[in-house]
Design a protein around this ligand. Structure first.
Ligand SMILES: [Zn+2]
Length: 86
C-alpha cells in the first residue's frame, strides 16, 4: 500500500475530512488518519490488529462496499506499517 493510505486502518488519507492526524507540534501526519492518530500518538493505543480489523469491517459493511472488496481490504490491514512488526 502507498503512503497515501493510513498506515493504521488503511483508509485513504484523501477521504479523511482532516487530511491526516496531528503530530505533537501541530503538523499533519502523512502516515495516519485523524481517526487513528492525534497529538502525536495513536487514539486507541492498545487496540489489537484483530480489533482494528473488526472496526474497519463494520464501517465498510455499513458503507455498502461489496463484501469481496471488504474482505480484501480487511486482510490487507496487517500489511500496514503499524502492524508489520507483529
Ligand atoms: Zn486510520
Amino acid at each position: 500500500m502507498s503512503k497515501f493510505y493510513c498506515q493504521s486502518c488503511g483508509m485513504p488519507i484523501s477521504k479523511d475530512p482532516h487530511h491526516g492526524g496531528l503530530e505533537k507540534d501541530g503538523t499533519r501526519s502523512s502516515r495516519y488518519c485523524s481517526f487513528c492518530y492525534n497529538d502525536g500518538e495513536f487514539v486507541q493505543k492498545d487496540i489489537t490488529l484483530e480489533q482494528m480489523q473488526g472496526v474497519v469491517l463494520e464501517q465498510l459493511l455499513k458503507s455498502k462496499m461489496p463484501r469481496l472488496l471488504v474482505r480484501i481490504y480487511v486482510r490487507n490491514i496487517k500489511k500496514l506499517s503499524r502492524w508489520k512488526t507483529k
